[in-house]
Design a protein. Structure first.
Length: 335
């Protein structure tokens, strides 16, 4: 078995982390931040394996030793991962108290103790406060890795006690090269564009019918633009999809329309998306920005775990879209 290796676009970040670790200059608290789907959690895993490995190679864990075996089995006593017990919910104070207990003990294998919290912004205030002490006065040989897509939602006191490691979206050519063998007949560039260039998010689109749901959504929006479907009918068709997926799709299309108009770069799109671009170009920029802001708010609401009424949310999106379509010139033919 081999160790977990960084993705190709992570080499620079990886080497920098390794060098600092080998020189004894890696701080005990690191905040891995950047867009969803660029591999932050993955690199944290690589780093945990490397730090705990009993016979590390120059740039990766050995993948063979007792420690590497235990990590693979998910039973390494010196590695703790903390995530919400239920997806989309908070990391609770009890979970952090348990983690503090772990961090307060001596390591079982005589080396480091590593904690990974993901997503770190899911810590509620009490949980974050409970973690502060360990970030302020860590015991020796402790590494706390906080993973966050939205570091601005973390308490400032948490942020200030960690060193930020920013994960950028890789350049398109590199991400495409990696994605190509995984995406069958689909264009890797079009998939990447759907996900703001985040390669793992693009890969995940191919799972569980997410891509199909997204393209069906584009088709419905086109039909609404042509007066072939109305808002409530559309909203009821979207009930089976994840609202976040639809909101993110529409956000990306609105961005793509603006990028096309600014002609900053050519954008590869799938057919239904291309048709949608023509529709968006016929709508005033201000209205598009207004919809964009509103969608961002809905997205934040969904991510905060507030659990908004899904049907109302979808109906509102559908009605906003229909209202926006009614402003187009020339007006769509009356039905
Ligand atoms: Zn090893």
């Amino acid at each position: 078995m081999s160790a977990t290796l960084p993705y190709p676009w992570q080499q620079e970040t990886w080497q920098s982390l390794l060098t600092r670790f080998q020189q004894g200059q890696l701080p005990h608290g690191l905040l891995f931040n950047g867009s969803a789907g660029v591999g932050k959690r993955h690199l944290a895993q690589c780093l945990a394996e490397f730090v705990l490995c009993l016979a590390p190679q120059s740039d990766a864990a050995c993948g063979q030793c007792k420690s590497c075996e235990l990590i693979r089995a998910g039973t390494h006593p010196d590695l703790q991962s903390v995530s919400p017990e239920e997806s989309g919910k908070a990391i609770k104070i009890d979970q952090v108290r348990k983690l503090n207990g772990f961090l307060g003990q001596t390591s079982q294998q005589g080396g480091y103790k590593v904690a990974i919290l993901a997503p770190a912004e899911a810590m509620n205030i009490n949980a974050a406060n409970a973690l502060l002490k360990n970030l302020e006065e860590p015991s020796a040989k402790t590494l706390i890795l906080l993973i966050s897509d939205a570091p601005n939602r973390l308490m400032a006191t948490i942020r200030s006690r960690c060193q930020a490691v920013a994960f950028a979206v890789p350049v398109l050519a590199e991400a495409s090269r990696w994605l190509q063998p995984l995406c069958g007949d689909h264009s890797p560039e079009a998939l990447l564009n759907m996900c703001g260039g985040a390669p793992l998010a693009a890969r995940d689109l191919l799972d569980d019918g997410r891509l199909e749901a997204r393209l069906a959504f584009a088709k419905d929006l086109n039909e609404m633009a042509n007066g072939q479907m109305f808002s409530l009918q559309a909203a009821s068709r979207w009930m089976d999809a994840e609202p976040l997926l639809l909101i993110e799709a529409l956000l990306t299309w609105l961005q793509s329309a603006s990028r096309q108009e600014a002609q900053t770069q050519s954008i590869q799109l799938m057919d239904d998306e291309q048709a949608l671009m023509a529709v968006l170009h016929s709508v005033g920029v201000k209205l598009r920005f207004r919809l964009y802001d509103k969608l961002l708010q809905s997205k934040a609401q969904l991510l905060s775990g507030a659990n908004p009424n899904q049907q109302l949310l979808l109906e509102e999106i559908a009605m906003d879209w229909q209202a926006m379509m009614a402003t187009r010139k020339p007006m769509r033919p009356a039905i």
